[in-house]
Every structure is written in C-alpha cells, then in structure tokens.
Write a protein that binds this ligand. Structure first.
Ligand code: ZN
Length: 197
C-alpha cells in the first residue's frame, strides 16, 4: 500500500490500471487521509466524464468526494489558489498538456495525485498517461480480477468493438481481463470482423 513520503515539497503520484481495478477508490483513500490531516485538497475530472453527478467524483462503491469538471488541463492551473493537494481523476481523457501542468503544480510544492486508465481497450497506452507515469515520482499500478478466469487482470476488454476509443464505461460493454484472456478475446473479435466483411 502507498505511504506518503515525509517531505515538504511537491511531487507527482500516478495511480493507474484497467477498468474495475479500484483506481478511483485508491485516489479517494488518499484524498480522505489528506483531508483528515487538515490539508486543502481540490479534485478535478475531465468534463467528458458525465456518467454520474456533475460535480462529484463517484467510485463504484459510492464513496464520493466532490470534484470540479474541467474541459482542458490548462483550466486546472486557473483554479488553483492555496491548495496543498491537487487530485485528478480519469486523467486518460485529458489533453497532452496535462503532464506539463502537473509538473508546474509539483514545482509549486503541491502534491499531485493522478488516477487514470493506463491502456485503452486495444491494449495501447492511453492519452497523457504514459508521459505522466514516466514523469511521476511514484507510480502505483492496481489490478482487477479477470472476469473470464479469475487471475490478476491488467487489460480492459471491450466486448462490442468499434473505433471509438473515448466511450464511457459500462459494465455491459467492458471486462477486466488477464493477458491470455484479453488476447483470446481480441482474436475472436478480429475473426468476427472478417466474417462481417
Ligand atoms: Zn483471464
């Protein structure tokens, strides 16, 4: 489990993993501990993520913390006043300026906690996540349980495939899968697509 370093300086933490891996729950755990310690915390999410309540971040166990939807990563800088901790959820949906924004915040001695999907449903690095993971001091990769075989899962499998990478998550549409089950599923989808032609 991640333990905060005892230093008076800014840094970047990344929490990444597949869908259903508990990324948001881990983000909320860290936010709540900071709040209990009396630190000033602000939480952002991309305005694209409108699955639930507009101004709330909601994890699947409805352990919720208020969040601010922003349409670009530069908007985050405009909204920082005196916060000690800046948290960002669903970071994969942000633009390519997000890593630079996080660095700026860390340079201002702010603790930056970023959570997001590290891979898209094709198994490719997702949006600004690979850069963030490279530039962060701390990276925590959380895992789901494969919904096919019960082993540890790092991949998000999309049961109905099309070319839209940004599609909001539904339990009917996505599954957490281990590598062999993910590869098997992708091979099946490729077969199906060939048959459709
Ligand atoms: Zn599996």
């Amino acid at each position: 489990m991640f333990t905060e370093p005892h230093v008076e300086q800014g840094w970047i933490e990344v929490i990444c993993g597949s869908m259903f891996s508990g990324k948001t729950e881990e983000l909320i755990r860290r936010i709540k501990r900071s709040k209990i310690a009396g630190q000033k915390v602000i939480l952002f999410k991309p305005s694209i993520d409108t699955r639930y309540h507009e101004t709330e971040i909601v994890s699947h166990d409805s352990n919720s913390v208020e969040s601010i939807p922003v349409s670009s990563s530069l908007d985050i800088l405009d909204r920082i006043t005196h916060q000690e901790v800046v948290a960002i959820d669903e970071a994969q949906f942000f633009d390519s300026d997000l890593p630079a924004v996080c660095v700026k915040l860390a340079e201002r001695r702010i603790r930056v906690i970023v959570a997001g999907l590290d891979m898209d449903f094709k198994g490719k690095p997702f949006g600004p996540m690979p850069d963030l993971m490279a530039m962060a001091e701390y990276v925590t990769k959380v895992h789901a349980i494969c919904m096919k075989c019960g082993k540890l899962a790092a991949f998000t499998f999309k049961k109905i495939q099309n070319d839209q990478t940004v599609e909001l998550g539904e339990r009917e549409l996505y599954e957490a899968r281990c590598r062999p089950c993910f590869e098997e599923g992708m091979a099946m989808i490729k077969e199906q697509l060939k048959m459709d032609l």
